[in-house]
Design a protein around this ligand. Structure first.
Ligand SMILES: N[C@@H](CCC(=O)N[C@@H](CS)C(=O)NCC(=O)O)C(=O)O
Length: 219
């Protein structure tokens, strides 16, 4: 099926998505760790638009953007589907993955956990509303993908691991078991899965890293 390479960064939830998907499918690949302060010529060549990890290189052809890469992996390696086969279910999974991407990721998480004063309260309220929507969506299901890990679960690993560790790093808690029991049960379930467990960074190392980058942003 051709040579597969992943350009990633150890603490990146986006990079982890790609490795989880490849390992679910049993695809062999070479992993290249990028220094994001000093990006390699190859990364800039493969992802000239965004200049970000992850990048998947398959048979010499580069694909950027983690969700695009997940769909590519699912189309090329057909075993154990990441996206549902039913068109409606597929659309539904894409909707929730995009929801996580557009609404939750990027600046919203940083704002909710590390901004100060009035801005902080507003951002925390906004993120609480998003968690409520996810809490509702997971109702009656073990995982977002049903009984097996799917597109939304892989996209949402940031909620299962990064958010609890961001909370630990900055000493502010928004996602609690009392308020979001179903979402927390889902996170427990997901973190038990071997392919997820083996693909997540070391907790202490990640907390230290998150503390460093998040606090630096708002100093
Ligand atoms: N939308 C992109 C986001 C990727 C992203 O933000 N990557 C970060 C690492 S977590 C990065 O490469 N940052 C370096 C930079 O922006 O200069 C995806 O889904 O792949």
């Amino acid at each position: 099926m051709g040579k597969v390479k992943v350009f990633g960064f150890w603490a990146s939830p986006y990079s982890r998505r790609v490795e989880i998907a490849l390992q679910m499918k049993g695809v062999e690949y070479e992993y290249v760790e990028e220094d994001l302060q000093n990006k390699s010529e190859l990364l800039l060549e493969y992802n000239p638009i965004h200049k970000q990890v992850p990048v998947l290189v398959h048979d010499g052809k580069a694909i950027a953007e983690s969700l695009v890469i997940l769909e590519y992996i699912d189309e090329v390696w057909k075993c154990c589907h990441i996206l549902p086969t039913d068109p409606y279910e597929r659309a539904h999974a894409r909707f929730w993955a995009n929801f996580i991407e557009d609404k939750l990721m990027h600046h919203r998480i940083k704002h909710a956990f590390v901004s100060k004063g009035e801005e902080s309260e507003k951002a925390a309220k906004e993120i609480e509303e998003l968690f409520e929507l996810l809490e509702d969506e997971i109702k009656g299901k073990k995982l977002f993908g049903g009984n097996d890990i799917g597109f939304v679960d892989i996209t949402a690993t940031i909620v299962a691991l990064w958010i609890p560790l961001i909370q630990e790093a900055v000493g502010k808690t928004i996602l609690t078991r009392e308020k979001y029991p179903l979402l927390c049960n889902w996170a427990d379930e997901l973190l038990q899965c071997n392919v997820i467990k083996h693909n997540l960074p070391d907790n202490d190392k990640l907390v230290a890293f998150l503390r460093h980058i998040l606090c630096q942003t708002y100093e």
